[in-house]
Design a protein around this ligand. Structure first.
Ligand code: SF4
Ligand code: SF4
Length: 183
């Protein structure tokens, strides 16, 4: 079992706070578009195994971060406003996660051993590992050392850093997609 980052430590730290919408629309839109593309690419390479998985790695406390993080709330409102929340199973439906955007980055980070072992080459394993970390990297240190999805309000973001990280993630996504399709 591999966690590609210390994403676990973030879970449960957020509280519902003041959501400053003005000035963050660019980041909500850019991050949400990036997430949807990361999700499409990961689904393409993981869905075969994940859709048959009897022991899904989804957990209610992961789901809850999507419900409580002011930034993820904005991404969900923008890209997946219709998805209902269920207290007993969060965003998880019979076919898997129903959130098409606004999932916690930790939901992308985790790749279980059987999933990794099922990939054909070490290059594929490494490439998928980098893809799994893309959203975590794109939103890191949004204010001080806190990740964008950890913040309880969206004031005083480091706009310059975030814009640079999002642009780098976008460029890397193109490379990773190409590498996965070449293998
Ligand atoms: S990553 Fe592994 S544990 Fe999680 S749903 Fe996919 S196959 Fe199951
Ligand atoms: S992938 Fe979706 S259902 Fe699974 S833990 Fe994350 S938010 Fe919840």
């Amino acid at each position: 079992m591999v966690w590609f980052a210390a994403g676990k430590r973030r879970i449960g730290l957020n509280t519902i706070g003041k959501v400053a919408v003005n000035g963050i629309d660019f980041f909500v839109d850019t991050y949400g578009r990036l997430e949807k593309e990361v999700q499409d690419c990961m689904t393409q390479h993981c869905a075969g195994r994940c859709s048959r998985c009897a022991q899904r790695c989804c957990r209610p406390h992961f789901c809850r971060e999507a419900l409580e993080s002011p930034f993820l709330i904005q991404v969900r409102i923008r890209f997946a406003p219709e998805v209902p929340w269920y207290e007993d199973r969060g965003w998880l439906g019979a076919e898997g996660c129903r959130l098409s955007a606004g999932r916690p980055p930790v939901c992308y980070e985790f790749l279980c051993d059987p999933l990794i072992a099922g990939l054909g080459t070490s290059r594929q394993r490494k490439t998928l590992g980098r893809l799994a970390m893309l959203l975590t990297t794109a939103g890191k240190s949004a204010r001080g050392r806190r990740h964008l999805v950890e913040l309880s309000d969206l004031d005083r973001l480091n706009h310059e850093r975030l814009a640079r990280q999002l642009a780098q993630a976008r460029a890397e996504l193109g490379d990773l997609r190409q590498m996965l399709s070449d293998d």
